[in-house]
Design a protein around this ligand. Structure first.
Ligand code: GDP
Length: 524
C-alpha cells in the first residue's frame, strides 16, 4: 500500500451523533459543519429539517411531522483530518435505521440536554454502542440555560448508562450566570460571551486562574474549583485506551446554540476519536482498513432522495482499501461483478460525484435494485461476507394487501424493495403466504403506505394485528405445525426462518410451559 493511501485512511474520523430528540443534535451538526467549512452559514441543516428543502415526495411525512426520518452523511476536513458525520433519525420509530447506522461508524457523540439528563432514546442508542464497543464521547448541551448540577449529571451518566466518565472540562456557573468552562484537558479557561482575543485565560500549576480577573471573585468560580478538586481526587483517571474500548466516556460541557465549547470539543475529540476500525466477516476473519483490496458493506439504502434523480442510493461504509470510480467490484451475495461508474458522496445540502474514497469513508452507489441491507462488496477476486447487520425484533404487525388485485405485481415489487431497504420487515403466513409487515414504530407503516402509493402507484389495505412478541427458534427441526394457533402464530421471516408471533407475554409463557423443548430467542 502506498504511504499516501495509508495516510489518507488514517486521517479519517467517522462518527454518528446520537441524542434524544431536541437535545441539540441538529444544532451541533450545523456548528461542526460550519467549523469544517462545509456550510457557509449555520442554518442550512436546520432549514432542511423544517422542510424548506423539499428533497422528495415521500419526505412529506417528515415535513408534516417536522421529524427527521432519514439519515445522511456529511463530510468536511479539519486540521488534517477528514471527518465523516453520519446523521441519524431522531424519532424513535426509526430507531432501526439508527442502529444500522451505528454499525458504520467508529465512534459516537452523545448529546445530552443539561436540564433533562439521560432520556430514553439516548439510553437505547447508548446500549447499542456499548454492545459493539463503540467509543462514546459526551457533550452536555444548553449550558446557557439553567440545568441540573454538573456533578449530578456525571453521576447520572455513570448510574443510568453504566459507563465511567471523565470530565474534559467543567462549567463555571450556568444559565444566566454561565461564565465559561474550565478546560482540564487544554489547561485553560474559556470564557462565555467574550470576544475572540481574550476568550482564553491561562491557569497556573496549581490549577488556579493565573491572571487577575473578576471571575475569580465569584462564587461560581469557587464552586467550580471545588468540584474540580473533587474530580481530581475522587474521579476516574483519563485513559485513552479505555476510551477506545468504550469503557470511559470523555465529557464536555457547552452550548451548541451559542456556539460555545463546540470548537474546543471538536479539536479535543479529533485527538482521541478512533481511526477507521477493522470489521469482522461472517467466518470471523478480521478485515483491516489498511488491507490493499477494497471492501465495504451496505448499511443503508435510500430511495428517491431527490426528485431529479428517481433512483436508490446504497450507502456503503468502506472497510478496507480504496474506491475509485470506474473500478470493478463483486457483490458477494450473488458473486456478480460490475463496474461502478456512478457513485456519490454527500455534503450538507447536495451530493457530488466521488472519484476516490478510502477506508472509513461512506460512498453512495447508484442502485437499480441490486443491493440489500447488509450486502458486502469487494474489489479483489476473493469474496467474503461481513457480519450480518443486527435485525430488530419488531413489536407491531400489520396484514397488508393491494386494494386492486390487478396491481399485485407492483405491490410485490414495492414490498420487496422497501424490505431490502430496511424500511420495514417482511413476514408471511405458512401456507397461504399472506403478507405481514413488522415494525418497531408506527410511523414506519405510514411511510410504507405513503411510499407504496407515491413510488409504486399501489393503494394498500393495512389491517392492524396489534402488538406481538416475535420469537425466533433455535431448534426449528423440533417445531410442529400443530403448535401454531391464534395466540402463537407461526410465520416465516424474509430469510425463511420460522418465527412465532405471540399475542402477549402470557401466551408466550403458556406456550413455553407446554413445549419446553422449543428454544425461543428474540433479536435486538
Ligand atoms: P435535535 O432534535 O436533537 O436535532 O435538536 P435541535 O438541534 O433541533 O434543537 C432543539 C431545540 O433546542 C432548538 O430549539 C434549538 O434551538 C435548541 N437548542 C439547541 N442547542 C441549544 C443550546 O445550546 N442552548 C439553548 N438554549 N437551546 C439550544
Amino acid at each position: 500500500m502506498s504511504s499516501n493511501l495509508e495516510q489518507d485512511i488514517l486521517s479519517r474520523r467517522t462518527f454518528a451523533i446520537i441524542s434524544h430528540p431536541d437535545a441539540g443534535k441538529t444544532t451541533m451538526t450545523e456548528k461542526l459543519l460550519y467549523f469544517g467549512g462545509a456550510i457557509r452559514d449555520a442554518g442550512t441543516v436546520k432549514a432542511k429539517k423544517t422542510g424548506k428543502f423539499a428533497t422528495s415526495d415521500w419526505m412529506e411525512i417528515e415535513k408534516q411531522r417536522g421529524i427527521s426520518v432519514t439519515s445522511s452523511v456529511m463530510q468536511f476536513d479539519y486540521d488534517g483530518r477528514r471527518v465523516n458525520i453520519l446523521d441519524t433519525p431522531g424519532h424513535q420509530d426509526f430507531s432501526e435505521d439508527t442502529y444500522r447506522t451505528l454499525m458504520a461508524v467508529d465512534s459516537a457523540v452523545m448529546i445530552v440536554d443539561a436540564a433533562k439528563g439521560i432520556e430514553t432514546q439516548t439510553l437505547k442508542l447508548f446500549k447499542v454502542c456499548r454492545m459493539r464497543g463503540i467509543p462514546i464521547f459526551t457533550f452536555i448541551n444548553k449550558l446557557d440555560r439553567q440545568g441540573k448540577e454538573p456533578l449530578e449529571l456525571m453521576e447520572e451518566l455513570e448510574e443510568v448508562l453504566g459507563i465511567q466518565s471523565y470530565a474534559m472540562n467543567w462549567p463555571i456557573g450556568m444559565g444566566k450566570e454561565f461564565l465559561g468552562i474550565y478546560d482540564r484537558y487544554n489547561k485553560r479557561i474559556e470564557q462565555f460571551r467574550t470576544e475572540e482575543e481574550d476568550r482564553f485565560l491561562p491557569i497556573d500549576e496549581n490549577g488556579e486562574l493565573a491572571v487577575d480577573h473578576e471571575m475569580k471573585k465569584t462564587s461560581y468560580y469557587t464552586q467550580a474549583m471545588e468540584d474540580i478538586k473533587l474530580l481530581n481526587e475522587a474521579g476516574n483517571e483519563f485513559s485513552e485506551e479505555r476510551v477506545t474500548r468504550g469503557e470511559l466516556t470523555p465529557v464536555f460541557f457547552g452550548s451548541a446554540l451559542t456556539n460555545f465549547g463546540v470548537q474546543t470539543f471538536l479539536e479535543t475529540y479529533l485527538n482521541f476519536a478512533p481511526t477507521p476500525q477493522p470489521r469482522l466477516t461472517e467466518d470471523e476473519q478480521i478485515i483491516e482498513p489498511l488491507n490493499k483490496e477494497f471492501s465495504g458493506f451496505v448499511f443503508k439504502i435510500q430511495a428517491n432522495m431527490n426528485p431529479a434523480h428517481r433512483d436508490r442510493i446504497a450507502f456503503v461504509r468502506i472497510v478496507s482499501g480504496e474506491f475509485e470510480r470506474g473500478m470493478s467490484m463483486t457483490l458477494s451475495r450473488t458473486n456478480k461483478s460490475f463496474k461502478v461508474t456512478q457513485s456519490t458522496q454527500f455534503l450538507a445540502d447536495d451530493r457530488e460525484t466521488v472519484d476516490k474514497a478510502v477506508a472509513g469513508d461512506i460512498i453512495g452507489l447508484y442502485d437499480t435494485g441490486n443491493y440489500q441491507i447488509g450486502d458486502t462488496v469487494v474489489g479483489g477476486k476473493k469474496t467474503f461476507q461481513f457480519e450480518r447487520l443486527p435485525q430488530f425484533t419488531p413489536e407491531l404487525f400489520m396484514k397488508v394487501t393491494a386494494k386492486n388485485v390487478m396491481k399485485s405485481k407492483h405491490f410485490h415489487k414495492g414490498i420487496l424493495q422497501l424490505v431490502q431497504e430496511g424500511a420495514i420487515q417482511y413476514y408471511k403466513t405458512l401456507h397461504t403466504e399472506e403478507v405481514m409487515l413488522g415494525a418497531v414504530g408506527q410511523l414506519q407503516f405510514e411511510v410504507f403506505e405513503h411510499r407504496m402509493k407515491a413510488e409504486y402507484n399501489v393503494d394498500v389495505r393495512m389491517e392492524p394485528m396489534g402488538n406481538k412478541m416475535a420469537r425466533w427458534i433455535q431448534n426449528e427441526e423440533d417445531v410442529k405445525e400443530s403448535m401454531t394457533g391464534p395466540r402463537s402464530m407461526l410465520v416465516r421471516d424474509r430469510y425463511d426462518n420460522l418465527v412465532f408471533l405471540f399475542e402477549n407475554e402470557f401466551a408466550m409463557r403458556w406456550f413455553q410451559d407446554k413445549n419446553e423443548n422449543i428454544e425461543l430467542y428474540s433479536l435486538l
